[in-house]
Design a protein around this ligand. Sequence first.
Ligand SMILES: [Zn+2]
Length: 405
Amino acid sequence: MIIQIYQAIILYRKFTADHIFTGYEILSSPTVLITDPLGVIIDIVDKKHAGDGVENLRGLLTPGFTNAHCHLELSHLKGMIPQKTGLVEFVQKVMSIRAASGELKLEAMVNAEAEMYKNGIVAVGDICNTTDSIPAKAESKLRWHNFIELSGFTDAVAQQRLDDMEKVYQQFMATNPRQRTSFSPHAPYSVSKKLFQLLNEATAGQIITIHNQESPAEDDLYRHKNGEFLALYKNFGIDFTAFEPTGKSSFQSWLPYFTNSQSIISVHNTFTGIADIAFSQSHLKENNSGLFYCICINANKYIEQKIPSIRLLMKSNFDIVIGTDSYASNLQLNILEEIKTIQRETNYEIPLQELLKWATINGARALQLHHTSGSFEKGKQPGVVLVEGLDNLQTTQHSFARRIL
Ligand SMILES: [Zn+2]
């Protein structure tokens, strides 16, 4: 008898709540989520057929969140970068104060990882300029895609930059081969034509990410070779005489470099317009690549005080995902806080169900983790997260998320 009770406890966990979001929809009927003790999904069944031992929770159950854009290695900059300065000043500030002791950086990364786990994040698309984050990720329960980021605005340094970052890439691969790792360009204003071409060759068929149209200065640079970035290059002694403007927006200038079936996560898109969206649809059809628009709304408010046209992005053929960006430009690394801001800034017109989809199954698809994450489907281990403090299926300032399993 004792053995039977013991078996019942270790074989199943059963959860019910006011609402269950599956990764695709909020179920309307009373249901129970059944998992094994490690959180592998066994089934979702009608409450009537769930049997005993059901844990009753108040709130909404959702699969774990994907943070599609983060820089774990900048976690020690929490609270150190002034807000609302605009992107050019922000970039200069980060570059000038990012150095710190290894110990301090590691402690900040370990804390940030624990915070993300606790608030329901299960997978992260993480930008890496260095090998700093390797130890913090070694014992992590989160799933990581490491984007080894390249920059270099003159063609002369392109090959050298790729060679240098190849060493970083190899260290990530050697220390944790279970984590996925790929190269990515930093941003259109920091990557030369030759470096874009080298990256196109180096990332065939892989996932890449790029900071896109985060500032209006980026379009000024590509259209007319003027604007604020010229001052930034001067400050850092970068010779930009060889740069040729394309006469097009930044997005329409960099996207055609990628012709090798990359799946692209375009991050920020704060100044992406209707012509850019139309262009991406025709370009990507021809080149058979995927595209995801990643929104980091709290970072946009922190840096530029301007947010992307979310409704416009929703009208494109491509899916939206959500990122926190880093502690250099956010007060927390918390996907529910991003959802709360999106709802507030769009007058609660986007249903919670849609936003949860961006945060769960879309994010998992963007990082190609959808076979294990992103939805309550049999055999997946997506994490079980409870969202509390909702009002009539809308977030409120008191809403918060916590990991159950
Ligand atoms: Zn970023």
